[in-house]
Design a protein around this ligand. Structure first.
Ligand code: K1U
Ligand code: ZN
Length: 191
């Protein structure tokens, strides 16, 4: 009997914990191409406030849940220069870039890219292979990062989002029209 009560209490604790953590977890809606709002140019963040830190937290949770390796604020309909990235397999290397600027770039890279706003579409885009980026972290401190490989490509992809540019827009008009038609058809089916 005592064992049953103990198990019940433990179960109640677990349910309460799950309820509380989901109450504080905010998964944001990711805009889907060809949504016009993806073409909005994001504004610089004048000051890294608690409101920005909440946005960063929500964006990180949304990115991990998607799952993805990056997310720009533009994709969640917030038009501020904020990016989250984690290219690690362990999901414990969150990189926050606020007001990012690329200061140097070198070489050429042709990674296969994906986008949470254009699900199921993958392809190459011309990108620099190595970059140096300057940004603010979530505490408002300025830092400089040298990046290559997937991280460099991901930073460039997310910075394009902040400029209202989606990766498929590097491709031919015909290819873009086909992708747009596919997504419009999918949306009609859902509605
Ligand atoms: O911006 C986005 O929509 C996120 C995008 C970032 C990106 C990926 C690859 C090259 C350039 C930019 C994604 O995360 S797409 C999903 C993805 O790549 C992925 C998903 C699960 C595990 C590993 C990767
Ligand atoms: Zn994207």
């Amino acid at each position: 009997m005592r064992r049953t009560i103990a198990i019940r209490r433990r179960l109640e604790f677990c349910i309460q914990f799950l309820l509380c953590s989901s109450l504080f977890m905010a998964l944001l809606k990711i805009l889907q191409y060809p949504d016009e709002r993806l073409h909005t140019i994001a504004a610089p963040v004048p000051e890294v406030t608690d409101e920005i830190r909440v946005l960063v937290q929500d964006m990180a949770e949304t990115m991990y849940a998607a799952p993805g390796v990056g997310l720009a604020a533009t994709q969640v309909d917030v038009h501020k220069r904020v990016i989250v990235i984690d290219v690690s397999n362990t999901h414990d290397q969150l990189l926050v870039l606020i007001n990012p600027e690329i200061t140097t770039h070198e070489g050429e890279s042709d990674y296969e890219e994906g986008c949470l706003s254009v699900p199921g579409i993958f392809g190459k885009v011309p990108r620099a292979a190595q970059i140096t980026v300057e940004a603010l972290n979530k505490d408002g401190e300025r830092f400089t990062l040298d990046a290559d490989g997937l991280l460099a490509v991901c930073i460039q992809h997310e910075m394009d989002h902040l400029l209202g540019r989606v990766f498929v827009e590097y491709w031919s008009r015909m290819k873009q029209s086909r992708i747009q038609a596919k997504f419009r058809k999918q949306r009609r089916k859902v509605m």
